[in-house]
Design a protein around this ligand. Structure first.
Ligand code: FE2
Length: 244
């Protein structure tokens, strides 16, 4: 694999704030794994608006800073940024406006998650309301939304509306079951994906590693596309540059 320096835009790496890293040691081990897999920038995205969220605001920022300091000392080539995975509920855009829900690395991009069983009209209207408030929505792990997996044309419609699509690396390599893998492959084939991210939660099963999936994507769909999904587009999120 000759693509170097992945940017992972979806990772639950901040310790004790959600169902991701359960302590500082686990978060440090996740950094080590990510680094070994050629990731050099991570947007930490703790849950917001779900029972999986165990902390908010100031506590998240404090724990993030602690992990940032350790990373700067031990992996100076690794950069960390703060974002959040926002579970959609009515009025989410107002919570972003108020600053209680975080965008991605302080940019206009917002990572928005829906329940796997949510219907398409809720997904479309929810993303639209975030978009109309001036944010650039990224739909988290689109392949896990059952309605989208069975109707790829809905994803096409979302992309034409200006919604960005993120899929999980683990879905590409089959770790999330055949339905997710099949959907991820269809989306990749039709070039309806903007980001491949780890959605890493731990060091064993849901690891913060992109290398295996990106090697597969580069081989199957071309190096140029793989580069876009794991380096170029994520870089634009951090720089707050519009992706067209
Ligand atoms: Fe997530």
């Amino acid at each position: 694999m000759s693509i170097k320096g992945f940017t992972d835009i979806h990772c639950h790496i901040i310790p004790t704030v959600d169902d991701g890293a359960q302590n500082m040691k686990e978060a440090q081990e996740m950094i080590r794994l990510a680094y070994a897999g050629d990731t050099r920038r991570i947007i930490a995205t703790p849950h917001y608006g779900t029972s999986r969220a165990k902390a908010s605001g100031g506590i998240i920022v404090a724990r993030f800073r602690e992990l940032l300091r350790w990373t700067e000392d031990n992996y100076p080539e690794m950069e960390l940024f703060l974002g959040q995975e926002l579970t959609y509920s009515h009025g989410l855009e107002k919570q972003i406006d108020r600053g209680s829900a975080f965008t991605m690395a302080g940019s206009r991009y917002a990572l928005v998650e829906f329940q796997p069983e949510d219907d398409y009209s809720r997904i479309r209207q929810g993303l639209q309301s975030v978009q109309l408030a001036g944010y650039w929505p990224i739909l988290a792990h689109a392949e896990r939304c059952q309605r989208l997996a069975s109707h790829i044309e809905y994803v096409d419609e979302l992309v034409h509306m200006g919604i960005y699509i993120q899929i999980n690396a683990r879905s590409v390599t089959g770790g999330n079951g055949w339905q997710c893998k099949s959907c991820a492959k269809k989306l990749l084939k039709q070039e309806l994906v903007h980001f491949v991210a780890s959605d890493g939660h731990d060091t064993k099963k849901r690891t913060p590693v992109l290398l295996k999936a990106m090697t597969y994507i580069a081989k199957r769909y071309g190096k140029k596309y793989a580069l876009q999904l794991s380096v170029e587009n994520p870089g634009k999120v951090i720089s707050d540059i519009f992706i067209d």
